[in-house]
Structure formats: C-alpha cells, structure tokens
Design a protein around this ligand. Structure first.
Ligand code: ZN
Length: 301
C-alpha cells in the first residue's frame, strides 16, 4: 500500500491547531494559533492557506501529501464540505469551506465536525483501534459525542448524530443551552462542575489534583459527575451496544475518580448484556486527537 501523509487542522473557538500527520498517525510538525475572535471564513481561508503551505514545505512530504482535513466546532454537511454553522464563532452560515480552500491549496479538502474528527482519530490510531462499534465522548465546556457503527462514522440524517451531551437525564431538569431541559451537558459541562466546587477550586484540573491529594469534597464532585455521565451512557449502551466508549477532553483527566463511578453506574443502570460487553476507556491521543482525526478524514493510511 502506498504510504500517504495529510495535513490535519483542528479549528477550535480558542485555538487553531495544524499539523502534518504520517501514515502511523503521528504528528510530524505542528503549529498552534490563537483563534481571532469571530474569525470570518475569508480570514480563516487566508490563514489556513498560508499555514498549510508552510507545514507542507517544512515537512518535505509535498509529493506524498494526499489532502487536508479540517475539524470545525459546528454542524457540517460532510459530503458537500459545507459548514452550516459554527458554535461560538459568529458569521459562519453555509460556507463551502472545502471547495474554497481546495481551490486555494490545490489539494482535496475534507471538512467535518470536530468531535467526528476526534472520533475518527481515536478509532484509527487511539483507544478505539481495532474496534467496529465505538462511541467517543469529549468532556469540556460542552459534552460532544461521535459514533462509529460497523467501522464507519455515523453522521445521521442531517449530520447531527452523536449529541450525547443532550441526552436527557432529568425529565423536568435544568434548562439547557439547546433549548431543552435536563440534558447531560447542563449537569457536567465545565461550568456546572465549577458550580459544584462552590468557589473552592479554580478549574476542573484543580478539582482532580485535590481529589488525588485526598480532598473528599473534590472526590465527591467527581462521584456526582460520574453518576450523571454513567446514567447517560447507560442509555447509549442500551441503544447502540458498543464494544468501547472512549472518553476524552480535559475532564477525563480526573481519571479513576470519574471512571470508577461511571463503571459502577453503568453496571447498575444499563442492561446486563450490553453492559458486560462494553469497555469504557480514556482517550489516548490527547491534544493531538483533532489534528490526527482531521488527517484521517483526508485519507492517510
Ligand atoms: Zn441540551
């Protein structure tokens, strides 16, 4: 098989990360840029074009680069490469990003939702490797999800599948940013985790560090978060019967404090068959998952 390389771009609301990825799924070189506030499609196109050509020429792999993949924080019409809208970045409505950028850089360009990209990265090179039915979660400001069914990403009828953060865990629960009530995200998003800390901690990471040092309040916070997450995942497990659930994002670094409670809750709440056959594991690609996954979109392998 011909060895190919690709450029992966992880377009986040705070950072744009770009890297050249080799066929083993390793990022050879990377550049991180702070995302200008409400960056316009035109501005993004210019920045991307410049950085893509730098990274390709620096890598010395220009002849072997098969294309560019981009993961974006929003809804994407994947087969057309059109960004329908972005969350937290204004002014992006039906932007034909793949076509625009492809014309500029002279390579095929693929665009997908960022969590789908991360899911593809973990599935191809990370914690989901070798599986067929995988669910990936990313825990941060929001709760994102991606689904691999029978070895392929499942995007849904209107490209919106995988919104695990909006699984309802309380029928008459808290209002959620999506307009619904009682969604998982309204209980375990970063902001809600900080509320549980009642001002005692500066970040979810501090809560994890404190729990590790024996702070019982911090441990109790992760127990509560783990219970909510376990309840939502029990529905995912009953619905999809996946072999693995991969959990990434900053909050996953709470480690056993979080995972033990998730395992315990799933054991109690999900149906026995699917609960026995699922493994719930931490993501492996860390900060690079978005870049690597975007490169998978572009066809490295
Ligand atoms: Zn919601």
């Amino acid at each position: 098989m011909k060895k190919t390389f690709a450029v992966g771009i992880d377009f986040g609301a705070t950072q744009i990360k770009i890297g050249m990825v080799n066929p083993e799924g390793k990022v050879l070189s990377r550049k991180v840029i702070a995302t200008p506030r409400d960056i316009s499609p035109l501005e993004f196109g210019k920045t991307a074009k410049r950085e893509i050509s730098h990274i390709i020429s620096d890598s010395g792999k220009s002849g072997k680069c098969v294309g560019v993949g981009i993961g974006v924080p929003g809804l994407v019409q994947f087969d057309k490469g059109v960004v329908l809208y972005l969350v937290n970045v204004k002014g992006w409505k039906k932007v034909p990003l793949a076509a625009l950028l492809s014309r500029e850089v002279g390579l095929p360009v693929w665009v997908d939702n960022d969590v789908n990209a991360m899911t593809l990265g973990e599935f191809t090179y990370g914690a989901g490797r070798g599986g067929k039915n995988i669910v990936c979660l990313t825990l941060g400001t929001g709760v994102g999800g991606g689904i691999i069914l029978n070895g392929e990403i499942y995007r849904g009828t209107s490209y919106a599948a995988g919104e695990i953060g909006h699984i309802v865990i309380q029928e008459q629960g808290r209002e959620c940013a999506c307009g619904g009530k009682g969604c998982l995200e309204a209980y375990i998003g970063n902001r809600q985790i900080m509320v549980l800390g009642k001002g005692r901690y500066g970040s979810p990471k501090e809560i994890s560090d404190a729990a590790r040092k024996g702070d019982l309040v911090a441990a109790a916070i992760w127990k509560e978060v783990g219970t909510h997450l376990g309840v939502a995942l029990s529905s995912v497990i009953n619905l999809l019967n996946p072999e693995k659930i991969v959990i990434g994002g900053g909050v996953a670094n709470a480690g056993t404090f979080l995972f033990n409670e998730v395992h315990e809750t799933v054991r109690k709440r999900a149906m026995k068959g699917p609960a026995d056959s699922v493994k719930i594991v931490k993501a492996q690609l860390g900060e690079d998952a978005g870049i690597i996954g975007a490169a998978v979109l572009a066809g490295i392998k």
